[in-house]
Design a protein around this ligand. Structure first.
Ligand SMILES: Cc1cc2nc3c(=O)[nH]c(=O)nc-3n(C[C@H](O)[C@H](O)[C@H](O)COP(=O)(O)OP(=O)(O)OC[C@H]3O[C@@H](n4cnc5c(N)ncnc54)[C@H](O)[C@@H]3O)c2cc1C
Length: 437
């Protein structure tokens, strides 16, 4: 039967749009090019170990409103576990650790008191941090056109303040160095995650893998409402009628799918190639300039515990985060995931070199790891992890609408005002669904 809406792309944005539409009673058909759903947030079971592997450890935050709305809609929320209170542990060489706890008081006061107690954050930088937070909260025009580094430096955030807080925060949330990241996107993270209070910066983990929290329950939700999910369907062209309305999408296999409307939820390069020129928004020629920023992850299996916290930032290291595996047994083997954001330098290196770096960093930061033997290693390079937003290219992010009244766009790269995250993707999906009326 002809669906009401065709959704192309089974990542978080497409799943958010599809489940929102199905919830409203629309008959939805979702086409995904790959054999698996989830896009850049997917998981699979490793046949050698039987363990669930994510394509990269993903964190969510309690302030992820649209993402959590989708997760509650589909039941995926049951597979998320949140910290009881917000805390980010930072490790220093030799094993010293400190924790950033931003929420002992609500809003800006809580954040500033967290800074005062954060070891390594210079007291002289606290008043400037306060001024920066005020600008972030008030969405000041001063943020426009500025990189995070330039904005922070205007507020007296020196090298020590950047190292202790700002650089890890920007890398983790925008996947770009502060020199590249737009100040406006960093401000949007601060506003939502850290300044809104109410526990918004508590971090959530998908302990059973991303699929259990995102694509798995979304597919069940869709099918339960009469929807269809078709894998290995790479859409190659979109047909409009003489009045510019969407009619059908054609797949590489030759299949043609007609529907009443289309949500195109694919990354920016693919969208640029698929939207017919007559429907393309004015910014379309600039979509390819949104670029890509990589993330490199290394999974290490060690023969004994290393004393690693569940999650910690590594201060002054080319490896930014370490995550301890879920199934730590007393005295038994341990799994660690090491993540480098904005990994342009690392993505071009060979597997053995990356593993050697990860092992030497772990030994530098976790003294107990020095005696541990590495019994397995896996390197995952996501070269197109997120777009490379800059202060100059932000204006190229389109809204959901196109020149065709029944063809809308979704994806983390569209203009959500947020960095490219699961929340941005889910919000874009909700907006695309709403734009279809
Ligand atoms: C390693 C890594 C770590 C990350 N960590 C975090 C994190 O901790 N927290 C966070 O919030 N975000 C994180 N992100 C970002 C987050 O994963 C993305 O922002 C989000 O998943 C993007 O979703 P999307 O639906 O917009 O795009 P995608 O997930 O890319 O989905 C697009 C889908 O469209 C499909 N497709 C493409 N072309 C076609 C076609 N022609 N026909 C049919 N289908 C097509 C693709 O196969 C894909 O499934 C991370 C990303 C990576 C890679």
């Amino acid at each position: 039967m002809r669906p009401d809406v065709l959704v192309v792309g089974g990542g978080c944005a497409g799943l958010s749009a599809a489940t929102a539409l199905a919830e409203r009673g629309a008959r939805v058909r979702l086409l995904e090019a790959r054999a698996v759903l989830g896009g850049r947030a997917r998981s699979w079971t490793d046949p050698r170990t039987g363990e669930v592997e994510d394509n990269g450890r993903h964190l969510v935050m309690a302030c992820y409103e649209s993402f959590l709305r989708m997760a509650r809609r589909t039941g995926g929320a049951d597979a998320l576990r949140f910290q009881p209170r917000a805390e980010v542990v930072l490790l220093r060489e030799g094993g010293g650790r400190t924790a950033f706890r931003p929420e002992e008081m609500p809003g800006r006061a809580g954040l500033l008191s967290g800074l005062v107690r954060l070891r390594g954050f210079p007291l002289r930088a606290v008043p400037g941090a306060g001024a920066a937070l005020r600008e972030a909260r008030e969405e000041c025009a001063a943020l426009d056109g500025s990189s995070a580094a330039a904005w922070l430096s205007r507020h007296g955030q020196d090298a020590a303040a950047r190292e202790a807080l700002w650089d890890p925060l920007v890398l983790a949330t925008v996947n770009l160095s502060p020199e590249t990241a737009p100040a406006r996107l960093v401000a949007s993270v601060l506003r939502r995650a850290l300044l809104a209070g109410e526990g918004g910066s508590r971090i959530g983990f998908a302990d059973r893998g991303l699929d259990a929290a995102i694509a798995g329950p979304a597919e069940i939700h869709l099918r339960g409402r009469g929807g269809e999910v078709l894998r290995r369907r790479k859409v190659e062209s979109i047909e409009l009628d003489g009045r510019g309305r969407f009619v059908a999408a054609r797949c590489r296999s030759g299949e043609r799918h007609e529907a009443g409307a289309l949500v195109l939820a694919v990354p920016h390069r693919e969208a640029g190639a698929l939207v017919p020129p007559s429907a393309a928004p004015p910014t379309a020629p600039a979509w390819r300039d949104l670029g890509e920023s990589p993330i490199v992850s290394v999974r290490l299996r060690l023969d004994r515990p290393t004393g690693a916290p569940e999650m910690a930032g590594l201060v002054r290291s080319p490896v930014h985060w370490v995550f301890r595996g879920r199934e730590r047994g007393a005295g038994g083997p341990e799994r660690l995931a090491l993540v480098t954001s904005a990994a342009d330098g690392l993505a071009g290196r060979g597997r053995d070199e990356i593993v050697a770096l990860a092992v030497s960093e772990i030994r530098r930061f976790l003294p107990l790891a020095r005696g541990a033997r590495v019994v397995g290693a896996l390197v995952l390079k996501e070269r197109r992890a997120t777009p490379r937003f800059t202060p100059e290219n932000l204006a190229a992010r389109p809204g959901p609408g196109t020149g065709s009244p029944n063809l809308v766009l979704a994806g983390d790269w569209t203009d959500t005002g947020l960095p490219a995250t699961l929340e941005g993707a889910a919000l874009s999906g909700e907006r695309a669904a709403a734009a279809l009326g």
